[in-house]
Every structure is written in structure tokens, then in C-alpha cells.
Design a protein around this ligand. Structure first.
Ligand code: BTN
Length: 263
């Protein structure tokens, strides 16, 4: 059995002004995203983190496997004063930050599968679910981050597309180190995003994006087609080449798959 997280260890390594200054740690909960959404009175940057989730949620109504103390299940409560249409971009900022942080500790290269999955060797190790609650006084945004860290077993249906840091690199990791690194990288980029917009992060994002310069399948509720992914624009949209020109697609309800596999 893995050890439980130590909040004081996380805090001792944090390099932030307000992310993670307050951390609520739970042994078990339904979903840390639900906890964050139920506590909008908490300060900007408050973190909710759990050893295990009973109803971990993923994007597009999927389930997020949340085994006891093997992975990281955390949500950051944010209160950005930006127009609501800018809010989905926070997911890209979080994905970029997690990728940068994971590259600092992993011996294997970590890349971003657009819009916000972190992948190693073509398989997913981290996913992000951003949820917005509109209150009369302010908008609160919950950024939920799930990372497969020391997991060794995945159900059959996930094996071909999900993996963990341990499985890919052959060693175990301190979850505290990863949490503090991610919060530090995320706060840095979140402040840049609030002050300068996503365009200030687009070049770094593109460098780490595994979805680019390849043929991908675009899956939306109404259609499914293949196209060549040629870039990321200053708004974080994926640029795809079609016979009638270049189209920019928003992350919203769209899934992108590789032609041969998950990436
Ligand atoms: C995805 O589908 O890729 C997003 C997965 C997000 C999972 C995290 S784990 C912490 C937080 N709580 C949840 O219920 N979901 C997010």
C-alpha cells in the first residue's frame, strides 16, 4: 500500500504565491472537482486533493480511474476575472504546465495531445477536466488534474491508451514532488495567461504538442473525418488542413485521435 500524501511536504516545495497556499486533503471522496465546486467561498488557488475518488470524472462524461494512493487526483479552485469565452483556455494552460512539470521529473519525454492530455510513448498519463460555475458575484473555475503516477494495473479496455510514470520509466515517484511542481508551473503560466492571453504561451505549447504535423481523426457528436493537423493558433485552436483551406477547431466537444493509435 502506498503512503498517504503529506500536505506539509507539498507546501515545503511550493514555489507559488497563491496556488496551494490552502490545501484540503481527503482520504476518499466522490470527486475533487465536486468538492471544489461545492466550496466557492474558498480563496483563489485553493487545492482539493484526495487519495481515492469513488466517482472520478473525465472529459466527455467518461469515468476517471482513481485507485487508492497510486495516482494524483486534485482540483484547483480559480477565480479569474476574464470574459467567460476565455475560460476554456485555462485547460490548455493547465495541460501545458503539467507537461512541463512532468518533463522535469520523468526520464521519458512527456508531450501534449491536443487539447490537454499528457502522453508518454503514445499513451496517456494525465488528463484535465475544467468546469465553470457562474455565481452572481464571480466566476469560479475548477481545474481537475488526474495523473497516473505509481499505477501498475489498468483495465483491459484502457491498456492500449493509458499508462503511468512507473510503467514507462521503471521507477516510483514522490507524489508530493509532482503536486508541488505542477502547481508551481501552472501558477506561473496562469499569471502569464491572465496578463497576456494564450498567445504568450502558444509557442511553448506547440513545441510540446504531439498532435501536430500528422494526420488525425476529428470526432465530434455530428461528424467524423480525417485531416492533417498543421498548427496551434494564438487562441489555442487546432489548425487542420482541409481541401478547401485551413480550419481552426475549438477543443469543446471534439475528440482527436491518431490514425494508427491513441495519439
Ligand atoms: C480527462 O478525461 O482526461 C480528464 C480527467 C480528469 C480527472 C481529474 S482527477 C481530479 C479531478 N476530479 C475528477 O473527478 N476529475 C478530475
Amino acid at each position: 500500500m502506498e503512503e498517504k500524501l503529506s500536505v506539509s511536504k507539498i507546501k515545503s516545495k511550493l514555489n507559488t504565491e497563491f496556488f496551494g497556499r490552502k490545501i484540503h486533503h481527503f482520504s476518499v471522496t466522490d470527486s475533487t472537482n465536486s468538492l471544489a465546486k461545492e466550496n466557492p467561498q474558498e480563496p483563489d488557488g485553493t487545492v482539493f486533493i484526495a487519495e481515492k475518488q469513488l466517482k472520478g470524472r473525465g472529459r466527455l462524461s467518461r469515468e476517471w480511474l482513481s485507485e487508492q494512493s497510486e495516482g494524483i487526483y486534485m482540483s484547483v479552485l480559480l477565480k479569474p476575472s476574464i470574459p467567460p469565452e476565455q475560460i476554456p483556455k485555462i485547460t490548455l494552460v493547465a495541460g501545458l504546465s503539467a507537461t512541463v512539470a512532468l518533463n522535469k521529473i520523468s526520464s521519458e519525454n512527456v508531450l501534449i495531445k491536443w487539447p490537454n492530455d499528457c502522453v508518454i510513448n503514445g499513451k496517456k498519463i494525465c488528463g484535465i477536466l475544467t468546469e465553470l460555475s457562474c455565481l452572481p458575484s464571480e466566476n469560479t473555475v475548477t481545474v481537475g488534474i488526474g495523473i497516473n503516477v505509481n499505477n501498475t494495473l489498468f483495465p483491459k479496455d484502457l491498456k492500449s491508451k493509458a499508462t503511468s510514470l512507473l510503467l514507462e520509466t521503471g521507477r516510483t515517484y514522490s507524489r508530493e514532488d509532482i503536486v508541488s511542481l505542477i502547481l508551481s508551473e501552472f501558477e506561473k503560466r496562469y499569471i502569464i495567461f491572465l496578463n497576456q492571453g494564450f498567445s504568450a504561451l502558444a509557442a511553448e505549447y506547440s513545441r510540446l504538442c504531439v498532435t501536430l504535423d500528422r494526420e488525425v481523426e476529428i470526432i465530434s457528436p455530428s461528424e467524423r473525418y480525417t485531416a492533417y493537423a498543421s498548427g496551434i493558433d494564438s487562441e489555442g485552436r487546432l489548425l487542420i488542413n482541409l481541401s478547401d483551406g485551413v480550419k481552426a477547431i475549438d477543443s469543446g466537444e471534439v475528440s482527436v485521435r491518431g490514425i494508427l493509435g491513441y495519439v
